[in-house]
Design a binder for this molecule. Structure first.
Ligand code: NAP
Length: 880
């Protein structure tokens, strides 16, 4: 295509185009460049009079980017790195706006943009597959595709202050600041709001105002921006190899080139922690404070270290102790609301003419003609500055309220919260793309990196549709539901949902409370988006020429922390090593794992077994008095492990269930093959039952538990005890049990490779343990027992991505079918080892609670009734 063809197809006054783009900020400008290069006809619409998006509208004094400008810059035009020199580490708004204007001029992008054109509506016209766009001024525009490049923080939230209309002084909003500026000299000013905007503007307003009242409802965590020249190391790396530097950012967690720390707070000494925190404070950047400890966003104790450190800093800067205390955030973990970066913010409160008004102590009752009334006083002011925030992430798209297929309005569809596939598209809205939409990393990342990734993905998609002669693309309901689940799963293993932040929409009254951004990081997200394409647009229906190509499915079905575990796991090659070497290998692996929670007491002991003493380890929960005993059999394929090998899991089980857990060793194969392990396990059970009182237990209150082949032994001792009439077992907890020797189940086929426990490993374990002719013995394959009646009540846990899943489900069904009270728990997105990986697979914590509740139910410790819980495995995995 030659240049004249391109320019005729991209005439901004044209009414029918391939692509309509709404917004001329960072996203809209890059899109314009790419659409033109690829020969699409398009138009960009923007309500502003010039380019810039958020940097056009936001002009309050003190506004700077709080991502270093070396990184908050386009990478698609590598020459810009040499053509544009940022004056500071954190550039001011005018400088960033000039940068965008420079890019627009350099690439002659303005001619594609209709400025001062506010979009008021968008409707999908089904019969000829296009979007019809209405604007406040000018003709309607039609486009095959619609791209919402409308920004995540562009619609100010409506201000919920009583009497606002009555106030007779000047009122300004940080998000819509007059281009000519505001002079505060000699004036009495009140600023409402202490988020990023308020914190940036307050010190500047204080420099001019005669009196400044800062009205704070919730204090924020703020760090000194330590602004100055652009960081030398980043500049050097950019100059040396710009592309490598940008590429590192693209695959990083937050869109900033850095190596994520692997150091958890617990791994560091007090001095080391202090050193890291001081270094982050001195560095003054999101990259370092977000990277102090690997577990700062998943572990409240680690997070508290950072929060305490910042609170101490605040107290050391602010002279008045009461003011300092009011400025210390206390009701949300650090980083779960966007941290702020300031210049002299806290020191401003040492100025005589600056007063903090703590609205938690004295809420605003109303605004008056002359000022603000709180429950304690009347404050007279001349100027009111509202730094009260945005209707974030969904506000701008919903302000247009697109109407999709079958007249479905997006507002209606999202009435319970936004639902998207990849944060890029939403079911019912064909050919409508969102840049950095809810469900993508967006506001948790360096926005420019995320914007570029979305633009590239969309361009790739548009080109694919064009070359395949297809007219439309839309996600499938299954894919969207799966993505929403995944986004929630990712958020749920972090501390983010613990805050009333704008990330969950908590700042806007009536807004549904849903965690909106994707927390698993820019790099992981990018690889997912790439995978969706490489798998033939997995989760999308593509249509054209009267045909629909639907590639239904869910991307990322594993829990996010399980994915991380699998990425790092290098297991032994079962069969290639001897049993002894395999044991050594596994022991080395367990050395590196977290220890698990402390319990009140750990006692090692031994008990008599049929062929010599058996070692045990007893775990006692905190508190006085006798407790029921859970006899636990460890996993390890009858070959590996001992009474300590599931130590973290036993600690966790002990604390959560409030029971004594006795983990007993048994003889292992191949040295001692079947039925040695069974005989040991049964002997241990009887001994512990007989000696319950000596062990601190309650006589007659005994349950059994086990994981994997340990659960196999647990089932077997239950049947032996039933047949013998003793001991009486109150219940059996079976976690991912081995209950059969059939390697041909669907779960073996689906999950036999790649999820840690492999089918090959299971074959090898069986070979070590038992001769072929004994495999159908119900003491090896309890599923073949025939009569399940009279067995103890059971809690059976199976994991979605475990080769053993189907036999576990079948066992739970067999128990329930025989009238045994059975609770079947299907662990969605989990693998064979998940439950036992304490403090590593955090997503399994709700399941750990559930199984502990099941154990308490065996002993009626609380009013927990497992019989009423009989959720049979008949319900499908997907249901869970
Ligand atoms: P924000 O973080 O939502 O802060 C709004 C502030 O206004 C909060 O302190 C809030 O208190 C308060 N507020 C709202 N309604 C109120 C009311 N009726 N009465 C009293 N106080 C009220 O908004 P923001 O400061 O504009 O920042 C939003 C986001 O924009 C930031 O988190 C950041 O991502 C981005 N931003 C970035 C930069 C930058 O890069 N430099 C600058 C500005 C903004 P409550 O918390 O109690 O609701």
């Amino acid at each position: 295509m030659n240049d004249s063809d391109i320019s005729s197809r991209t005439d901004p006054t044209s009414d029918t185009v391939d692509v309509v783009v709404i917004g001329a900020g960072f996203a809209g400008l890059y899109l314009a460049h790419q659409l033109r290069s690829s020969g699409f006809s398009f138009v960009v619409l923007d309500a502003a009079a010039d380019v810039g998006g958020t940097w056009y509208w936001n002009r309050y004094p003190g506004l700077r980017c709080d991502v270093p400008t070396t990184d908050y810059a386009y990478s698609w035009d590598p020459k810009l790195a040499n053509e544009w020199e940022w004056s500071e580490k954190y550039a001011t708004q005018p400088e960033i706006l000039r940068y965008l204007q420079f890019v627009a001029d350099k690439h002659d992008l303005r001619r594609h943009i209709r400025f001062s054109t506010r979009v008021t509506g968008a409707e999908w016209v089904n019969h000829d597959h296009h979007w019809r766009i209405e604007t406040e001024s000018g003709p309607k525009v039609s486009g095959r595709h619609l791209v919402m490049a409308t920004g995540s923080l562009s619609i100010p939230k409506s201000v919920d202050l009583d009497g606002l209309g009555r106030f007779g002084g000047e009122v300004y909003s940080t998000s819509r600041w007059p281009a000519a500026g505001v002079d505060f000299t000699g004036k009495r000013v009140a600023v409402v709001g202490t988020g990023s905007s308020g914190i940036q503007t307050i010190p500047i307003v204080a420099e001019q105002a005669a009196e400044l009242f800062v009205l704070q409802r919730t204090p924020a965590f703020s760090l000194p921006a330590q602004n100055g020249p652009a960081p030398a190391d980043r500049l050097r790396r950019l100059k040396e190899d710009c592309e490598a530097y940008r590429e590192e950012a693209r695959w990083s967690p937050g869109g900033l080139a850095l190596t994520p720390t692997e150091q958890r707070a617990i791994d560091l000494s007090a001095d080391e922690k202090r050193e890291r925190l001081e270094a982050a404070w001195e560095d003054g950047s999101f990259a370092t404070i977000a990277n102090v400890f690997a577990d700062q966003l998943t572990n409240k104790v680690a997070n508290d270290e950072i929060a305490d450190f910042i609170r101490a800093k605040i107290r050391s800067i602010v002279d008045d102790p009461n003011t300092a205390e009011s400025l210390c955030p206390s009701d949300f973990p650090f980083q779960t609301k966007r941290p702020c970066f300031d210049t002299n913010y806290y020191a401003t409160f040492n100025e005589d003419h600056v007063q903090l008004v703590d609205l938690r102590r004295e809420p605003i009752t109303t605004l008056t003609e002359v000022g603000i009334d709180t429950t304690e006083r009347s404050i007279e002011i001349d100027v009111l500055v509202l730094a009260t925030g945005y209707d974030a992430m969904t506000g701008a798209v919903l302000a247009i309220d697109p109407v999709g297929r079958n007249g479905l309005a997006l507002k209606e569809k999202w009435s319970e919260g936004p639902t998207t596939y990849l944060g890029l598209m939403s079911v019912g809205f064909p050919n409508m793309f969102m840049i950095t939409g809810p469900g993508s990393p967006s506001v948790l990342s360096n926005m420019v990196v995320s914007i570029e990734q979305h633009v590239d993905w969309i361009m790739n998609c548009l080109e694919h549709l064009r070359s395949a002669g297809l007219e439309s693309i839309e996600p499938t309901p299954t894919a969207e539901a799966g993505w929403v689940q995944h986004v929630n799963d990712c958020a749920d293993i972090t501390l983010f949902p613990h805050a009333n932040s704008w990330y969950v929409g908590a700042n806007v009254s009536g807004k549904p409370r849903v965690f909106m951004p994707y927390t698993a990081g820019v790099g992981r997200y990018r690889s997912t988006c790439d995978r969706v394409v490489n798998d033939g647009y997995l989760g999308f229906a593509l249509s054209g020429n009267g045909e629909v190509r639907c590639n239904d499915g869910v991307v990322n079905r594993l829990q996010p922390d399980v994915t991380a575990v699998l990425d790092q796991y290098e297991g032994p090659s079962f069969g290639a090593l001897s049993a002894v070497d395999t044991r050594q290998f596994m022991t080395a692996l367990t050395v590196r794992r977290p220890e698990g929670p402390p319990v009140a007491d750990v006692v090692d002991g031994s008990l008599p077994g049929p062929a010599g003493n058996l070692q045990f380890r007893l775990y006692r929960p905190p508190g006085e008095g006798r407790r029921p005993i859970v006899v636990y059999f460890h996993g390890g394929g009858w070959v590996l492990g001992d009474q300590t090998s599931d130590d973290p899991f036993c600690r966790d089980l002990c604390n959560r269930s409030n029971c004594i857990v006795v983990s007993v060793d048994y003889r292992h194969a191949p040295e001692a093959r079947f039925p040695a392990g069974v005989n040991d396990a049964y002997a241990a059970l009887r001994w512990i039952d007989a000696h319950a009182t000596e062990l601190g237990g309650t006589t007659g209150q005994i349950a059994v538990a086990g994981w994997s082949t340990g659960a196999n032994l647990a089932t077997v001792v239950c049947s032996l005890a039933r047949d013998a009439g003793a001991p009486v077992i109150a219940g059996q907890l079976l976690v991912n049990p081995v209950v059969d020797c059939d390697f041909g189940t669907k779960s073996y086929r689906d999950n036999g490779d790649g999820y840690m426990l492999t089918a090959d490993a299971m074959r090898w374990f069986f070979d070590q343990y038992v001769d072929d002719e004994h495999r159908l013995d119900p003491r090896v394959s309890p599923l073949r027992m025939g009569d399940f009646s009279g067995l103890p009540p059971a809690v059976v846990v199976t994991s979605e991505f475990d080769p053993l899943r189907d036999e576990g489900v079948a066992y739970a069904e067999a128990l329930a079918g025989a009238g045994v009270a059975t609770q079947s728990i299907v662990a969605r997105g989990q693998i064979h080892t998940s439950l036992t990986m304490i403090d590593v697979v955090i997503s399994a914590n709700p399941l750990r609670d559930k199984i502990a509740q099941g154990i308490r139910g065996f002993f009626a410790l609380e009013n927990v009734d497992t019989t009423g819980h009989t959720q049979l495995a008949a319900h499908s995995v997907a249901d869970c």
